[in-house]
Design a protein. Structure first.
Length: 477
């Protein structure tokens, strides 16, 4: 055994340590899986008990209506709920991990049968004794069903406590083993890294050339291979930076296109105005209306071009007092073409409401939020609405961007501002939009949060200061 131990190299020892760690983690995982499966079965039993209780309660509700008003419809509804109760008892799923008998609700069948028989007897001949028996049996059914549900709840809590204990024990064992493994790695693996220090210096100097691997299969060769992999990844990241630089030139290209469009738009606008003046009041109504449409759409195209010019300019951070309505409406104008038919864009913002923020940065924020809101509406009709108001008692503005789209689950909400997190297809989203939004809002000394539930749409809340910090201090003095 001693000779065998001496022949093991560092890699083999680390592999053995990894296997031991894996066995410990597997044991923890298997125990946890067993308890989770057990909890799952208990939850199914609890759901069956709750559903059965609801069925009995519904049957009793229609029973009371039937006894009060004698309606045949109430009687039929009560019988229908009894049938659902029988169906729940008959269709219980087989249990594999629960030691306790799965037929906790089966004894209630006899009571359910008796309840139905008494209801039938009352329908034929109504007596006070039969009504009292019906109420007693119904009450007993509800009590037993509630008791069965409570038993399952207690069992779930007990299993959960066991799971917590097993996890604590397992994690403690993993922590202890990990500490011992760390000491071993430090002594047997970290020190040899000094032999390849010159290689890391070459990489630090920006020389991302793969290193020649030495012969053999020892640890030094493995570290060299890891360094080569790192150099390859750095080269890849460098290529991504170049690609990002190319993408940034799109803004400059958009600016040039916008400039080129300005001249023909001005000519169209001038020509339509001259034509209107030449025709005067003698022109037919149809021609006047067409000329008015041309002029209106020219102004709209000019606004879009102006928005592109402002959006493509270099965005120095320049916070100032800006009207919230102007920023939002300009952002809506830029994304309006992205909204499908049936999706309406609405605003409810006071004319005099201002916020101290960087106009270009907040425009980018609203463009991202509005695009996400439009894309969240899978099946029009739908609505995207932006509202804003003062926060009572505070020198802040609260802006809400809401939609009637698909909404988000709790898991998605918890990651929605994380970089590279996206629920869209790879070709559609990069996962950076809301991350950039979050950073821009913080840069403007604001805060952002989201409220949403699946199928109920989403609302993003943005809070911005109304004045600069110095101005707020002056107000306080």
């Amino acid at each position: 055994m001693k000779n065998f131990s001496l022949t093991l190299n560092i890699r083999t020892k680390i592999l053995l340590g990894y296997i031991v760690c894996l066995l410990i983690m597997s044991a923890i995982g298997l125990v946890s899986l067993y308890y989770l499966l057990l909890v799952g079965e208990k939850i199914r039993l609890l759901e069956t008990a709750d559903d059965f209780t609801n069925a009995v309660l519904e049957a009793r509700r229609y029973e009371k209506n039937y006894l009060l008003y004698g309606s045949q419809e109430d009687y039929e509804e009560s019988r229908a709920w009894l049938a659902r109760g029988f169906s729940m008892l008959d269709n219980q799923e087989p249990l594999r991990f629960t030691r306790q008998s799965p037929d906790m609700l089966s004894p209630l069948r006899d009571d359910l049968v008796r309840y139905g028989q008494i209801m039938e007897a009352i329908r034929v001949q109504r007596t006070a004794r039969a009504e009292d028996d019906l109420r007693d049996v119904g009450k007993d059914l509800v009590d037993k069903a509630l008791h069965a549900a409570n038993v399952q709840r207690v069992e779930i809590l007990r299993i959960t406590d066991k799971l917590k204990v097993s996890l604590w024990v397992g994690l403690s064992a993993v922590a202890l083993f990990g500490s011992l493994l760390l000491v071993f790695v430090n002594r047997k693996f970290i020190r040899p890294l000094s032999l390849i220090e010159h290689a890391t210096e070459r990489i630090a100097q920006g020389r991302f050339v793969p290193l020649p691997l030495p012969p053999g299969r020892d640890e030094i060769r493995q570290v060299m291979a890891a360094l080569n992999h790192m150099a390859t990844e750095l080269l890849k990241r460098q290529g991504q930076l170049v690609q990002a630089q190319k993408l940034s030139s799109i803004g400059t290209l958009s600016s040039g296109i916008a400039h080129q469009l300005n001249n023909p738009l001005n000519n169209i606008s001038t020509s339509s105005q001259i034509l209107k003046e030449e025709l005067g009041g003698e022109a037919p109504e149809f021609q006047r209306r067409m000329l008015a449409n041309i002029e209106q759409e020219t102004f709209r195209a000019r606004d879009i071009v102006r928005g592109l010019l402002e959006f493509s300019r270099h965005k120095d951070f320049n916070p100032a007092s800006n009207r919230v309505k102007d920023i939002v409406e300009r952002s809506m104008l830029l994304i309006k073409s992205q909204a499908p038919a049936g999706v309406t864009l609405e605003t409810d913002i006071p004319e005099d409401l201002v916020a101290f923020c960087d106009k270009n940065g907040m425009q980018e924020v609203f463009i991202n939020l509005l695009l996400n809101a439009v894309q969240a509406i899978d099946q029009p009709p739908g609505k995207v609405r932006v509202t804003a108001k003062d926060v009572p008692g505070r020198n802040e503005v609260r802006i809400a961007v809401s939609d009637t789209g698909r909404g988000m689950s709790e898991a998605v909400k918890s990651q929605v501002f994380d970089p590279f997190f996206s629920t869209k297809e790879v070709e559609v989203g990069t996962g950076l939009g809301l991350f950039i939004v979050y950073g821009l809002v913080l840069k403007n000394r604001g805060s952002i949060s989201v409220e949403s539930s699946v199928g109920q749409g989403a609302t993003f809340f943005i809070t911005l200061p109304k004045s600069a910090p110095a101005e707020r201090a002056e107000v306080a003095r």
